[in-house]
Design a protein around this ligand. Structure first.
Ligand code: B30
Ligand code: ZN
Length: 262
């Protein structure tokens, strides 16, 4: 709705700087993470996720991804620890993915592109009054990034892929109550962290990125269900399969990536 940017030839990541000059800013995301250049920081505490109450509300196709939204009027679902000074509330999660047999992650690890990447988006409700206000502040957001790799079927993801037929087109929404994203986490919460940005317009430089070292696994068949979604609305003439909805790595520009592990 009202977006002119996208992932096509004419409106894709290489063109975003025209409408959003911050695209060439000093702390843009994603980046290529080079483990050998990351600095182990013993002062980083472990990540704590309190997703104990199932506060999901709906699933939606916003024309660039599939998004699960959460109730964020209180601190029932929060992340804290790691590089964060206080707790951040879960607002939504969404995915980025590639075409069949192609890469689709936003962050890469020494140039390795994973098939997909999950983003759990949290905001600093201790300091800011709304998500919108936080999204524009340098310490406003914390996004937990998790790579998806092809392997065994993922039980928790079925709930999401089974709902996709209801949100095939841009602008569609369906009920999605009681989903706990805790089921999407890998065993180890070892992470890299660095200061960055939203990876889509408005590309605000407001994100503390926390990217898990270990991927979660899903089957090729499950990954295929993501590609049944459409970028377009139901009424639109041009049918465009939702895929390759990722921004490639951006210049590091002197930033340090810290690691929670040796
Ligand atoms: S990401 O995690 O860096 N990929 C937004 C949140 C997280 C990321 C990127 C963007 C965001 O909140 N953007 C503005 C609000 N948008 C949501 C969106 O994803 O972009 C509202 C909307 O219209 O649906 Cu388009
Ligand atoms: Zn994202």
């Amino acid at each position: 709705t009202g977006h002119h940017w996208g992932y096509g030839e004419a409106n894709g990541p290489a063109e975003w700087h025209k409408g959003y000059p911050i695209a060439q800013g000093s702390r843009q995301s994603p980046i290529d993470i080079v483990p050998g250049s990351a600095v182990y920081d013993a002062s980083l505490s472990p990540i704590s996720l309190f997703y104990n109450n199932c506060t999901s509300v709906n699933i939606t196709n916003n024309g660039h991804s599939v998004v699960v939204e959460f109730v964020d009027i209180d601190d029932r679902s929060v992340i804290q620890g790691g590089p964060l000074d206080n707790m951040y509330r879960l607002k939504q999660f969404h995915f980025h993915w590639g075409g069949k047999g192609c890469g689709g992650s936003e962050h890469t690890v020494s140039g390795k592109i994973y098939p997909s990447e999950l983003h759990l988006v949290h905001w600093n409700a201790v300091k800011y009054k709304s998500f919108g206000e936080a999204a524009a502040a340098s310490d406003g957001l914390a996004v937990l990034g998790i790579f998806l790799e092809i392997g065994i079927e993922h039980k928790g993801l079925h709930q999401i892929t089974d709902a996709m037929y209801m949100v095939k087109f841009k602008g569609t929404v369906a009920d999605f109550k009681g989903f706990n994203p805790k089921c999407l986490l890998p065993l180890s919460l070892d992470f890299w962290t660095y200061p960055g940005s939203l990876t889509t317009p408005p590309l605000f430089e407001s994100v503390t990125w926390i990217v898990l070292k270990d991927p979660m696994f899903l089957s090729e068949k499950q990954m295929g269900k993501f590609r049944t979604l459409n970028f377009n609305g139901e009424e639109e003439e041009s049918r465009r399969r939702m895929e390759n909805n990722f921004r490639p790595p951006q210049p590091l520009k002197g930033r340090t990536v810290r690691a929670s592990f040796r």
